[in-house]
Ligand binder design. Structure first.
Ligand SMILES: C[S@@+](CC[C@H](N)C(=O)[O-])C[C@H]1O[C@@H](n2cnc3c(N)ncnc32)[C@H](O)[C@@H]1O
Length: 236
């Protein structure tokens, strides 16, 4: 029996509750697109990685642009062997460390590094990332994809849905699964292939975030994100 064989499947609701106890970033920085992933999307992403594809339990997980640590800590909660969270902003990492201490998880297999993603070295089984989408700094998500493909075998990466689609938002709101399988963008598919990866699946999910910045005009904001599941098709 593998050392990290799971004893029981953690219910998605329990995972969402676990994620919802975490502190959010009190001073999000616009330039770094520092919004925190919703519990719902984080749980969906982690669930697909852990239970559809067996890419979390007993695995070495890297979280690029970890922010307050939701994806890192969710992966540790589900049974990752170890987790490394990396973020360029030391203030947000302090929140991740506090969250880590408050979870009650054994923290000796969770590490946090303050630095640019370009400084990451090492081989990981799985990379999780919710990168800046490039709203503030054009194409910011591409450097994350390149680093993810150089670092891990399986990559779970969030990207903005190509267009604002109110019909899709309404369908996602009323769907029981909260996700739909969609086609990859032609550009991202080619980009991934150029860097040695293959897009295995893309899921559209509804992200709802509370008002964070002055330019947000409503109390909450709904938008569609696409979760790319990518496999690296070369051996280091
Ligand atoms: C959209 S937020 C996501 C935060 C977190 N992963 C989550 O999902 O809640 C993007 C994160 O990437 C970090 N970031 C942006 N550029 C970075 C870079 N070049 N290197 C490392 N982290 C970066 C930001 O500070 C921010 O915390």
């Amino acid at each position: 029996m593998a050392e990290y064989a799971q004893k029981r499947i953690i219910r998605k609701l329990d995972l969402e509750l676990f994620l919802s106890t975490m502190r959010v970033n009190p001073t999000p920085k616009v330039a770094l697109e520092q919004y925190t992933i919703s519990e719902s999307v984080a749980a969906t992403m982690l669930y697909i990685a852990a239970y559809t594809n067996n890419d979390i339990i007993g695995k070495r997980v890297l979280d690029l642009g970890c922010g307050t640590g939701r994806l890192s800590l969710g992966a540790a909660f589900l049974g990752a062997k170890n987790v490394l969270g990396v973020d360029i902003d030391k203030d947000v990492l302090k929140v991740a460390v506090t969250n880590s201490q408050n979870t009650g998880l054994t923290t000796n297999n969770i590490n946090w590094v303050n630095g640019d993603i370009s400084t990451v070295n090492g081989c990981f089984d799985t990379v999780l990332q919710n990168p800046p989408f490039g709203v503030q700094s054009r194409n910011a998500d591409r450097a994350f994809l390149v680093k993810a493909l150089a670092s891990g075998k399986m990559i779970y990466s969030l990207h903005s849905h190509p267009q604002v689609d109110k019909r899709l938002i309404n369908m996602l709101k009323s769907s029981r699964t909260c996700i739909f399988v969609v086609q990859p963008s032609v550009f991202l598919k080619r980009f991934v292939e150029q860097y040695g990866g293959v897009v295995k699946a893309v899921y559209a999910a509804l992200m709802t975030i509370p008002k964070m910045f002055d330019f947000h005009t409503k109390t909450s904001h709904d938008f569609v994100v696409d979760l790319y599941v990518i496999e690296r098709n070369f051996v280091e």
